[in-house]
Design a protein around this ligand. Structure first.
Ligand code: SF4
Length: 107
């Protein structure tokens, strides 16, 4: 999976051809997408662990927020965690992101 892959806001697959400059560095591109879109009630730990090592995690989170991506683990955060960032300023988002990534790296 890569963020440039084929998941749209409603969780369905789409034929997106949009190029995202940092997508080639997305660590999830080397794994299967299932971990990033866990079934309800299952763990997203594996995905977060990968995100914790990803060099483009902040870009990924910004992309998810800007595009209102509502499904899956992106930028090291679940959809619920990203929802909590809505309305926060850039500095607060940075703090939340860094705390999240610090946790993800300990998984
Ligand atoms: S932060 Fe996670 S979902 Fe985003 S590009 Fe990196 S590995 Fe993929």
């Amino acid at each position: 999976m890569t963020v440039n892959s084929e998941f749209s806001n409603n969780g369905s697959q789409s034929a997106s051809t949009e190029q995202i400059p940092w997508d080639k560095d997305a660590l999830c591109g080397q794994t299967s997408p299932e971990a990033f879109f866990p079934e309800k009630g299952t763990s997203n730990r594996d995905a977060k662990k990968i995100c914790g090592q990803c060099e483009v995690a902040r870009e990924c989170l910004d992309y998810a927020l800007e595009n209102d991506e509502r499904f899956g683990v992106l930028g090291g955060m679940s959809e619920r965690e990203r929802r909590k960032l809505k309305g926060l300023g850039a500095q607060a988002i940075t703090v939340e992101f860094e705390n999240s990534q610090a946790k993800n790296r300990r998984l």
